[in-house]
Design a protein around this ligand. Structure first.
Ligand code: SIN
Length: 286
């Protein structure tokens, strides 16, 4: 169905479309919002350019899709806006938040529906974000493997990704994004989710394991799980399933965490990249 109120311009064959005709600083009527939501369901990640929005307007757009999450693990949030995470890399840092293929917080009982990232300062080159379509990753598996995955569950945890000693070992102590030490026990908790989930709005199946947070298949050891997970992770990252977004100041990306993965490319050392992220609460994967 064509869109009457907005422009929808795919940026790749598999995933991602730029939306035009929208000013996110202004109220959006329900008909226009319904078209934006349809484009989101169809393209999995949508992009807006040249937006000038306040934290309140950023949160208001997020709230059109659901309640906002207040991240329990990452610092700093904005003091006056705890629903906004500041995603920042400074000139001197090596660490970049999100620099591994992942879906957000899959170790929650209800992983988030999606995340809305807004660019305030971008490097002169680099710092792109890549996205991958997990419907396609599932649909392109053989029927035999799909049958084998149908009843499998996987164990997710933030361990290794969020515990401060692991990050310090890899990147050194200097980084602007800190993990709250008082939450490390909680970050070590495990959560089991189906390996294949069905999207609550589109009814399509997608592959719901990722390199950052999936630790093993439920009921198996990490060693036993590794070959199959390694196969699925590598399959999920096929370039044909992806798109790559070049940020400009004022760009906003909103991705569907239930059926898309993303990867923050860490290729801009010596430059600042500053984003605000609002995250919309999700549901229990089925
Ligand atoms: C994230 O994983 O939320 C960060 C993505 C990015 O900075 O591009």
């Amino acid at each position: 169905m064509a869109h009457a109120r907005i422009g929808v311009h795919p940026i790749a064959g598999a995933i991602g479309a730029e939306i035009t005709g929208i000013d996110l600083s202004r109220p959006m009527d329900d008909e226009t919002f319904a078209e934006v939501r349809r484009a989101f369901n169809q393209h999995l990640v949508i992009f807006f350019r040249d937006q000038v929005i306040t934290p309140e307007q950023h949160k208001a757009f997020g709230r059109r899709f659901g309640d906002l999450d207040v991240d329990r693990f990452v610092l700093p949030g904005m003091p006056e806006h705890p629903e906004i995470i500041v995603v920042k890399k400074t000139e001197g840092e090596r660490y970049a938040f999100g620099n591994v293929w992942h879906a957000d917080v899959t170790f929650y009982e209800k992983p988030v529906l999606g995340s809305m990232l807004y660019a305030l300062e971008v490097p002169p080159h680099g710092g792109d974000t890549l996205f991958a379509n997990m419907y396609l990753a599932y649909e392109t598996l053989s029927e035999g493997l799909k049958r084998s995955l149908a009843d499998l569950r996987a164990v997710h945890s933030a361990i290794g990704a969020y515990d401060s000693s692991a990050i310090k070992d890899r990147f050194g102590p200097e980084r602007s994004i800190q993990i709250r030490r008082d939450r490390e026990d909680e970050a070590r908790r495990e959560m089991s989710h189906p390996v294949v989930r069905t999207h609550p709005e589109t009814g399509r199946k997608s592959l719901f394991v990722d390199r950052a947070y999936t630790k093993r298949l439920d009921g198996m050891t990490a060693e036993e799980s590794r070959p199959l997970l390694e196969y699925l992770w590598t399959h999920q990252e096929k370039p044909e399933f992806t798109c790559r977004f070049r940020w400009q100041k004022g760009s906003l990306a909103f991705w569907d965490n239930r059926c898309a993965h993303h990867y923050a490319n860490n290729d801009y050392h010596g430059f600042v990249r500053l984003m605000h992220r609002v995250t919309v609460c999700g549901d229990t994967p089925r």
